[in-house]
Design a protein around this ligand. Sequence first.
Ligand code: OAD
Length: 233
Amino acid sequence: MRIAFFTGAGISAESGIPTFRGKGGLWEKFKVEELATPEGFFRDPERVWRWYDMRRKAISEAQPNKAHRLIALIEREYRDVWVITQNVDMLHQRAGSEKVLELHGNIWRVRCLGCGAVYYEFRTPLPEYPPKCRECGGMLRPDVVWFGEPLPVDVLQKSWEIARSSDIFVVIGTSALVYPAAQLPYVAKEYGAKVVEINPESTPVSSVADVVLRKKASEGMEEFYSMLKAQAF
Ligand code: OAD
């Protein structure tokens, strides 16, 4: 049995990391076009890097929560378990998940605009804004996907393959508004997966989900885990 978890910012909310949309969301306070587009970056790399470093600091102080941990436990118990995440915070890996597909990159990775080097940089605060490449001294950018940029092709292809071949596809904490990622629950459904949604709010996925758990991620995951154990699928 193949199980996939498709996650968004809501799964990390209980770890104290703000979501993007809705009340208290990042896009209420900050301008997406200034901070999460290539144009915004090239206009003011220092501003963008300060914002990312502020988020890196907050993430470094956060811990994976029960929802992340239950997903990792399910992977250990059921083996063919995948996480497809839109999150860049690495909390799934820190909770112990191994098969994690990062659709929108990783806030702990940097990419050199000069030589193309990609590596993990865990220091926060960074020594300077924008930081410089350790290989060539060129300007670094966060290795995340910004609006208007394509998603990494290998990750996208693998995610589609997993969605098409999943028996259970669990959608957690995403507004399901940002494409192409938001297409995945529909692909899974089309190819025969049972779709489960865990979200305190209604989303476009709710109408196609076989099971809707109107709960926070940790409580919803506890309920999902009980259902799985009871072979409810
Ligand atoms: P959003 O901020 O758009 O949506 C967060 C979702 O989490 C909402 O549906 C909330 O109802 C739900 N939520 C809030 N608290 C929750 C909790 N405790 N448990 C479960 N769910 C909860 O975040 P994403 O859907 O991840 O992209 O956003 C998608 C993309 O838009 C992000 O990856 C990012 C953003 O701009 C890029 O940066 C490219």
